[in-house]
Design a protein around this ligand. Structure first.
Ligand SMILES: [Zn+2]
Length: 176
């Protein structure tokens, strides 16, 4: 039973954090993990590109859940990812992004990259199934391995966020 007990403890602490977690993230961006939510909100104050991506999500019918990676499976080893498994809830399309537990600038740039992928689905398509999302990425990007798709727009967004975060760090060091 130790495994079950641990899971319950984690769930309780996440719940407590979520209640105390006060960020200015748009409500179409759902981050239940409080440290992650705070890190994204803070990074968006330092990166106009990241902030713009978050605001754009708000203008779509998408709800994007950003979570740490699942505890098991191949995704655990990745720094971040965007699930093609879109699901529908009423008039909303629910999409999922995961990002590694490290809350540094590099993982915030990955959030930017994956948000751009989510916007590709939300702004460029009416895709409502995983197959339709796969087809969209075959159209606008290329396959890296197996079913993983990549696009220039997402690469550019990730690099731009990384650049802005680097510049703001240099700036705050100079201002000290
Ligand atoms: Zn990508």
């Amino acid at each position: 039973m130790p495994r079950v007990l641990a899971a319950v403890v984690v769930a309780m602490s996440v719940g407590a954090n979520a209640a105390a977690c006060d960020t200015t993230l748009p409500d179409h961006v759902r981050i239940l993990d409080c440290p992650l939510a705070m890190a994204v909100a803070r990074a968006a104050q330092r990166s106009a590109v990241l902030n713009d991506l978050l605001q754009r999500v708000q203008r779509t019918n998408g709800l994007i859940y950003i979570t740490p990676p699942p505890p098991a499976g191949t995704a655990t080893r990745l720094l971040g990812g965007f699930s093609h498994a879109v699901s529908l809830a009423g008039s909303h399309r629910i999409l999922r992004i995961f990002v590694s537990g490290k809350l540094d600038d590099a993982s915030m740039a990955i959030v930017g990259h994956e948000l751009r992928h989510a916007l590709e689905v939300l702004e460029l398509s009416t895709a409502g199934t995983e197959t339709e999302v796969d087809a969209l990425f075959d159209q606008i990007g290329w396959r890296t391995s197996g079913r993983t798709g990549e696009t220039q727009a997402a690469l550019d967004a990730g690099y731009a966020v990384a650049r802005e975060l680097r510049a703001s760090k240099a700036h705050s060091l100079l201002a000290r």
